[in-house]
Design a protein around this ligand. Sequence first.
Ligand code: BGC
Length: 806
Amino acid sequence: MKYKDLIKKMTLEEKASLMSGKDFWQTMDIERLGVNSIFLADGPHGIRKQAEAADHLGLNESLPATCFPTAATVANSWNTELGEKIGQYLGEEAVAQKVNVLLGPGINMKRDPLCGRNFEYFSEDPHHAGKMAAAYIRGIQSHGISACVKHFAVNNQEERRMSIDTIVDERTLREIYLTAFEIAVKEGNTKTVMSSYNMLNGAYTNENIHLMREILRDEWNYDGVVVTDWGGSNDRVAGLIAGNELEMPTTAGETNKEIVEAIRNNKIQEKFLDEAVDRLLDLVFNTEEVFKNPQKDFDVKEHHRVAQQVAEESIVLLKNEGNILPLKKDKKVAVIGDFAKQARYQGAGSSIVNPTILDNTLDCLEESELTNVGFEPGFERYGKKSKKKIEQACALAKKADVVLLYIGLDEATEAEGLDRQNMKIPQNQIDLIDTLYEVNPNIVAILSCGSAVEMPWIGKVKGLLHGYLSGQAGAKAMLRVMTGEVNPSGKLAETYPIRYEDTPAYHQFPGKEVSVEYREAMYIGYRYYDTANVNVLFPFGYGLSYTTFEYSDIEVNKDGVTFTIKNNGSVAGMETAQLYVGSKSEDIFRPNKELKGFVKVFLQPGESKSVTISFDERTFRYFNVKTNKWEVETADYNIMIGTSSADIRLEASIFVEGTGAVLPYDQDKLVSYYAGKPNKVGKEEFENLLGRKVPVSTWDRTKRLGYNDTIAQCQYAKGAFARFAFKLIKFSHWFLRKIGKRETANLIMMSVYHMPFRGMSRMTGGVINMSMLDGILMIVNGQFFKGIKHFLKERKKMLKVAKDIN
Ligand code: BGC
C-alpha cells in the first residue's frame, strides 16, 4: 500500500467516510490529515459542472463549456489522434473548472440501435470503441486529472437500467462487451472506472466479484478507483468486497456506517477497506497536484474552432448521386427544416453541456458564398402535422437549384434513461420529403441524430450528409463539407440496417421484466449482418469522399499487414483503411470477419502511401470457455483490408500456429451459432451456450415488493395506495405526452417509473434513509398505517441524529 502510514492515522470511521460522496459531486475530506475533497463532473463531450442545484439527468444548468461532438459522432472520424486531441481540450477545460475526475468516455457497445444512449457511445465494435476511448483518456489525463471510463459493463439499454439482469455467455462477455474496457484500462491507463447500474449474470456489476475482482483487478491489473454510477450502489459492503472505492452521491453517512458495522462484526476484514482507501487516496493526491499551479481560463474561441475541426472530420457522406455535392458557388439553395434554425447538436441526460457558443446554419450560411433563396421550417420539430408548413417549404423549393433539407431526431427522442421506440424519423419529416421531391428532386438531406435510423425515403434525396450530433460548431462544419472546403472523411462506426426487424437482437431487446438474454451472442452489428448474409442500408465502416482511393500490394507477415493506398481523384482527401480478420476453420463458430485494426491516411491528388497495420495480442485470440482463457486456434486466417466491412479491397491469408486448447463447444447443441443464424435462438440452445439455465425472466407477482423491485411493480402491489400511485404515474405520463410535453413525460420514465425503491434512498442524498424506506415498503405492501408510523418514527430519529451532529 502506498499510503500505509497515513491510513494508520485514520480512525475506522474516517476511513469508511471516504467510501461515499460528501455531496452530489465531491468526495469526502479529512481536514486534520490533509485529505481534500475532489470534484467529479460529467461528461463525455464537454464539462457539465453544476455550480448550484445538482442532478444526474442534466436538468439544472451547468457552467458554460465547449460542447464537442458526442462520442457517436467522433467515432466516425476513425482518428485516434483526433480523439486524443479532444481529450486534451476536455482536460484543459476540466482543469479550468477545477474538476478532478471527468466522467467519460462512455464505451458501451451498441448492441441494439434503439438504446437511448447510443449517441454517447462510440461503436458496435469493441476494437474501435476501445482505441477511441484510450485516446480520449490519454488526452484527458495528460492534464494530471482523471478520466472515468463508463459504464462497466454490459449496460446496453436504458429500459430498466437500474434493475435489469443481463444474461450473457462468458465468451461473448469477454470478446464483445469487455474488450473495449480492457483496451481503455491497458492502453488508456484510465485512473477511474464507473460501474454500471445493471446486473450481470445475477449480480449487480458493482458487486460482481467475477467482473470487478477476477477480471478488472486480477487479469487486467487495474489499480485505479471504481466509482458507482450515481445512485447505483445496492449493497455497500458487497461493493467494497468487490473492490469499489467510491459510492456516489452521498448517502449522508448511512452506508459508511454499514461498512464500519461489517468490520466490527467481523463480516469483512479491515484490509478490504484499507486497500480501497489506499487507491482512493492515490486518486485524490494524484489529481489535485495540477490545482497547485495558478489556474487560467481556457480560450473559448480556440476551443470552438477545435470543436468545428472535430465535427468536420466526423461528418459522413452517405449518398452523392450525380455528384450533387460539393455545391457549386453559383447554386441557389433553399434551406428547409427546423434543424437549420435550431441545431440538434447533443443528446439529453447527464451528458448535456451548456455550450459557450452555438452556431446555427442560417447564420453561418450568410458567411458562405452560397446564394440562399430563403428558409422554411417545413415541419414541427416535435412531430405534429402541418400541411401549411409543407406548402410553404414547397413554394420555396421551387425557387432553388438545390434544396438543403435539415432533418433528424428531436431532443426528446434520444435521451438517457429511455430507449427509442422505433428507428424511424418523425412521419411529418417523411411527408415533407415526399412532397418536396415532387417539386424539386435536387435534395441534399442533412441528418442530425446520434444513432442509426431507417431511411425508406433515401431514394428521394440525391445527397445525404450525416452530421450525427456534431456539437456547438457543427453547423459551420457541415457547410464547409457541403461546399467542398472540407472533403468528407467520416465513416460509420455502426451499421444502418434496412429495417429494425433485421437487427440481431430484435427478438431480445430490451428483454423481459427481470432480465435480458443476449441470445445473439457475439453476433452484434456487422458481425451478424455479414455472417448471416443480411442486406443492410449502409455497412459498418462506410462513408464516401469527394475523391476515390485505390488499394494495392498487400503483404502479410507474422507482425502485420502492409499495403498501398492511392488517391485517384483530383482533390486531397483522407481514407480510413480497415483490417478485418476471419478464421477459415469451422471448429469454433465465429463471425466471418472482425475488425482488428484501422489506419487513416491523408493523400494529395495522385499521391500514394504504403501503410502498415500491426497485429497485436488480440488479433487472433478467442475466449475459450473450457480452459477459461484467451486462446488462439491453429488455422488459416483471412486478412482483409476494406474501405468498409462490406467492401473488401485486398485479401491475403496467413497460417497461425495456435495454443492447442481443447475445443470448447459441442457443435450439435449450438446449431444456430455454427450456422451463423443467431437471431432466433431458442431458450434451450441459449442455455447450451451459457452452460446453465436462464433465470425466470418475469416478475413474481405474488411476493412482497422489496428494495430492488421497481416503482413500476406497484401495479400489482398489495397496498391499494401503491396501486393508485402507479395509476397516477401512468396517467401523468400519458397526459404529458398527449399535451406535447414529451420531455417532462420522459422524466417520469427516467427518474420514477423504472427506479428500484432503493433509489429513493440512494438518490436523495440522505433525505430518505433505508429505515424510512422500510416504512414506504410497508405502505406499498399493504400495511398502510404501520408503514406511515414507521416512516415518521425513523424520520424523527434521523432528524435528531442530524441535529446532534450539528
Ligand atoms: C449516468 C452517468 C453519469 C452520472 C452523473 C448517471 O445517471 O448514468 O453516466 O455520469 O449520472 O451525472
